[in-house]
Write a protein that binds this ligand. Structure first.
Ligand SMILES: [Cu+2]
Length: 172
């Protein structure tokens, strides 16, 4: 009996350790603009599935002022930012009423055109069906406001205020 309990205990520990080890806690997106002027990166850290995700963003070469900063649905960079499609909205929230999942707000570039920011977000996640891993990250040309917070759907027919720089969120 003791041996069986010990075996069960070891088995449970093994599962727990695997779960802990299997949790992705860091991701990064390298951001580039189509004209090569804008460049930067964003790092995402989440210690556990039910914790806030923190984001550090450093981007250079921008125009001073506010820039919408969003996660978009796709991670396809074969056609610059245009393949990233709509801002990520897995729960189909009405963007005129509430901030959607992928809208990380606006980040301000200083007079030198640099964004250097740290954010906390309680919506986005590394875990489950709504994981942001492999999705697109966009810095828009200018500010996006809540009623347009959905962000422009970046496609070859919708280029207005699409990304000035974009990247794909990959595991570290
Ligand atoms: Cu967007």
């Amino acid at each position: 009996m003791k041996t069986q309990l010990l075996t069960l205990f070891i088995a449970l520990c093994s599962v727990a350790v695997q779960c802990q080890d299997g949790l992705q806690t860091r991701a990064v997106a390298y951001l580039t603009g189509s004209e090569g002027k804008v460049e930067g990166n964003a790092t995402f850290t989440q210690e556990d599935c039910d914790q806030n995700l923190s984001i550090t963003a450093y981007v250079t070469g921008l125009s001073p002022g506010l820039h919408g900063f969003h996660i978009h649905e796709k991670g396809d960079l074969t056609n610059a930012c245009f393949g990233l499609k709509n801002a990520f909205n897995p729960y189909n929230v009405d963007p005129t009423k509430a901030r959607i999942f992928g809208d990380l707000g606006n980040l301000e570039a200083n007079d030198e055109g640099i964004i250097d920011a740290i954010l906390q977000n309680d919506k986005i996640n590394f875990c489950g069906e709504v994981s942001i891993i492999g999705r697109g990250l966009i810095v828009h040309y200018s500010e996006t406001i809540l009623k347009n917070g959905f962000g422009p759907p970046c496609s070859t027919t919708q280029k207005t205020n699409c990304g000035v720089a974009c990247g794909v969120i990959g595991i570290m």
